[in-house]
Design a protein around this ligand. Structure first.
Ligand SMILES: Nc1ncnc2c1ncn2[C@@H]1O[C@H](COP(=O)(O)OP(=O)(O)OP(=O)(O)O)[C@@H](O)[C@H]1O
Ligand SMILES: [Mg+2]
Length: 164
């Protein structure tokens, strides 16, 4: 009988608290947490190389997803905090996990308050050593406008999860 792992998706815009929440889960449940930003930063030879940073994102997300599927098949719990801004992206991950026999969970960080998110992003911007990770207000506004927050119905499809 196949083992049943658990895939936890954490969605939300920058500054919404995904990493904070995912780290808490990691500690409390001994889950494996994978964060694309952390790997990209570790891989960059030049922290100021914005093109390379953008190129690495797909490669890192794909690599983490391949690893995740292997962990799920072994019955482990994996927390992904890629952002997952669209329902289409969330459901692609969820469907593949279901095919592996895994449980699925979706937690949606509150991303509704554009100015509160921007306040947190600005604080972080000021603490960064390199410009590569600095976010500008214009990009924040377009991300905010394009973000598809999950509906109650979408969350209800999952085995567990909720709005945070
Ligand atoms: N519920 C919360 N209320 C207030 N501040 C919070 C909350 N959760 C996180 N923060 C703070 O907001 C900032 C951003 O949090 P965090 O790094 O967890 O967000 P994120 O969604 O992972 O952002 P990114 O997508 O940019 O990585 C941090 O300074 C964190 O301490
Ligand atoms: Mg984060």
């Amino acid at each position: 009988m196949p083992r049943v792992g658990t895939l936890v998706l954490v969605c939300g815009l920058p500054g919404s608290g995904k990493t904070t929440f995912a780290k808490r889960l990691e500690q409390e449940t001994h889950a494996i947490r994978m964060c694309p930003d952390e790997w990209i930063e570790a891989l960059l030879a030049d922290l100021n190389d914005r093109d390379e940073k953008n190129r690495l994102r797909d490669a890192v997300e794909n690599l983490q997803w391949d690893l995740t599927k292997g962990y799920l098949a072994k019955g482990l719990t994996v927390v992904l905090e890629n952002g997952f801004w669209t329902e289409e992206e969330r459901s692609q991950y969820a469907m593949e996990a279901l095919e592996l026999g895994a449980q699925i969970q979706l937690f949606a960080m509150d991303s509704s308050d554009l100015d509160e998110l921007w306040r947190r992003i600005e604080i972080r911007n000021q603490s960064l050593d390199t410009v590569t990770w600095v976010m500008v207000r214009e990009d924040h506004e377009s991300s905010w406008a394009g973000y598809q927050a999950p509906t109650e119905e979408e969350i209800a499809f999952y085995d567990d999860g909720g709005f945070l």
